[in-house]
Write a protein that binds this ligand. Sequence first.
Ligand SMILES: Cc1cc2nc3c(=O)[nH]c(=O)nc-3n(C[C@H](O)[C@H](O)[C@H](O)COP(=O)(O)OP(=O)(O)OC[C@H]3O[C@@H](n4cnc5c(N)ncnc54)[C@H](O)[C@@H]3O)c2cc1C
Length: 227
Amino acid sequence: MSTIPITDRTRIRRLPERQQTDRDQLYAALDDGFVAHVAVVRDGYPVVLPVGYGRAGDDLYLHGSTGSGIFREIADGRPIAVCITHLDGLVFARSAFDSSMNYRSVMVLGHATVLDGEEKEAALEAIVEHLIPGRWAEVRPTSKRELAATLVLRMPLAEASMKVRAKGASEEEDDGEDRSVWAGVLPILRVAGEPEASDLTPAEVAVPASVRQAAAKLEGAFAGSTF
Ligand SMILES: Cc1cc2nc3c(=O)[nH]c(=O)nc-3n(C[C@H](O)[C@H](O)[C@H](O)COP(=O)(O)OP(=O)(O)OC[C@H]3O[C@@H](n4cnc5c(N)ncnc54)[C@H](O)[C@@H]3O)c2cc1C
């Protein structure tokens, strides 16, 4: 089992038993997500923005417009923090104090570097394939103008932490023996809706494999789907 090294900055201090150091679990949590929140210090104050991302091996990839404020800042090599969070359940305890959430959350610290040439195109493919698997092969090639308008960055998973809560409701000793208040977990699942074709898509064009695969990435999405 490959482990994620813990550094002074990534050591979880509160409930340290929730620190997950199995690298495969880290990959799984990253591959299961869609949105990363990227934090950067701008003119002395913190800014956090949501962005899509991709992963290949031990690298995260981010992309944005060359005109985007945060991407221009990240591109200058300043330190950033990237956070990906999954809410897996609401935990109903018999006290408000012990009420909680089940979650998997990842934080990556470091610097991103700007990619060019073949690395840039490979990273864009990784982002597209992460968000909508199979789509890269379905769409036309990215044009030179589109590539020039897009900043693509690599963020190594060199310094990362993962925290997980995956259990039922906790009890306090002074909760007493009265168990008349329901306690347990309400699992939170993601579900895709039916695909909605654009007005310009002819009716005879079938829903492609990438849409099915994107839906499959969402837990339970295929259960009642008719497409
Ligand atoms: C689900 C999701 C995925 C996204 N994926 C990408 C991506 O992959 N690449 C990308 O470039 N952009 C993405 N965006 C948009 C991104 O969050 C920024 O809006 C974008 O990067 C351009 O910001 P800007 O240059 O105007 O912002 P900046 O100049 O960096 O920000 C100026 C101010 O605008 C406000 N602001 C900017 N964006 C947001 C926001 N999303 N929500 C609320 N306030 C905001 C903030 O107050 C911020 O301080 C995504 C947004 C969402 C919600």
